[in-house]
Write a protein that binds this ligand. Structure first.
Ligand SMILES: [Zn+2]
Length: 310
């Protein structure tokens, strides 16, 4: 048996079922996630929140047609007060988080179940989940926002589709923490959505049949198990055939993902140049300023004069 077939991960399969009535996505992340998390030294519960937010962000980005940058961002009052996940239209992902170490330790000491992954909303607390699409200077910024309410991150996201988009959607997220010999994280998600033109308003089919079809498709989607989705020997096509072989499955596209940070010396210098002279002076050590990229931990060093000259 092969140890790990990485080609079955770090990709998104787009598909349609029931003659185009419903569209779906199946995303499975492995190496890209471990590269993202490897750039940071976050404690395991924080890594878990990032991993789940990363698969959700990738999922939401995959549903949109855009040319530029998709960003998922949480702002909240919990132990993990912020998560940012960037997904570029050419499939480069990066992510980072802000958390409170002291509160995390308190939270962990109060927990009854040790070793289990805590649902992301517990660590995020109250706040909101926002996503934006930036396609450059001349195009509009698309923005969606929803309160962080729900027992799971998937529930929070589904509230967005219900409230803002009003499109029937179902979503299931999976997360696997490093265990035993495997020091790697895996995350996955499957999503199903009614196509507004066919899934909801086909006049040849009565409402009752439409509802029945949709419920049936959701049951098939929900039947995807953690064992299956993280089985490195199964391709995404095989998984989708298992679920939807009776639903006229049509896999339309497969997209791959890589880690990618968009930071540069020039960008950080621009950011530093917006700081006041006092703030700059406070950062100077031996006439140098060192700035670290939040996303990839790359360190950039500048001369004090270079920053003040800007
Ligand atoms: Zn970077």
């Amino acid at each position: 048996m092969p140890i790990e077939n990485k080609t079955n991960f770090d990709s998104c399969a787009s598909f349609f079922i029931d003659n185009g009535a419903y569209q779906g996505r199946l995303i499975r992340l492995n190496s890209v996630l471990n590269t993202i998390l490897g750039k940071h030294c976050y404690p395991q519960p924080v890594s878990a929140v990032i991993a789940e937010c990363t698969v959700l962000g990738t999922m939401l980005a995959s549903m949109l047609k855009y040319d530029g940058l998709f960003t998922l961002q949480t702002q909240s009052n919990g132990v993990v007060s912020m998560v940012v996940v960037d997904v570029t239209s050419d499939g480069r992902i990066r992510a980072c988080a802000r958390y409170d170490q002291k509160r995390l330790e308190q939270n962990q000491s109060l927990r009854k179940t040790v070793g289990e992954i805590e649902p992301a909303p517990h660590l995020l607390g109250g706040g909101h989940l926002a996503f934006t699409v930036d396609q450059g200077n001349d195009t509009q910024l698309y923005q969606g926002i929803v309160d962080l309410q729900g027992k799971t991150l998937a529930e929070c996201a589904l509230r967005y589709f219900k409230q803002s988009e009003q499109i029937d959607t179902d979503l299931k997220l999976f997360l696997k923490a490093p265990e035993g010999d495997s020091q790697s994280w895996s995350a996955a998600g499957i999503m199903l959505q009614k196509m507004p033109s066919i899934g909801g308003k086909d006049t040849n089919i009565d409402q009752e049949t439409l509802d029945e079809n949709w419920n049936q498709a959701k049951i098939f989607m929900q039947s995807l198990s953690e064992n299956e989705v993280f089985d490195a020997n199964l391709t995404s096509e095989e998984l989708l055939h298992r679920l939807f072989h009776a639903n006229n499955l049509n896999i339309s596209n497969c997209k791959n993902y890589n880690f990618g940070c968009r930071c540069s010396r020039e960008k950080l210098l621009n950011t530093l140049s917006t700081f006041s002279e006092d703030d700059i002076n406070a950062m100077v050590e031996n006439n140098k300023i060192t700035a670290t990229c939040n996303f990839c931990s790359e360190q950039y060093t500048f001369d004090k004069g270079e920053v003040l000259k800007q």
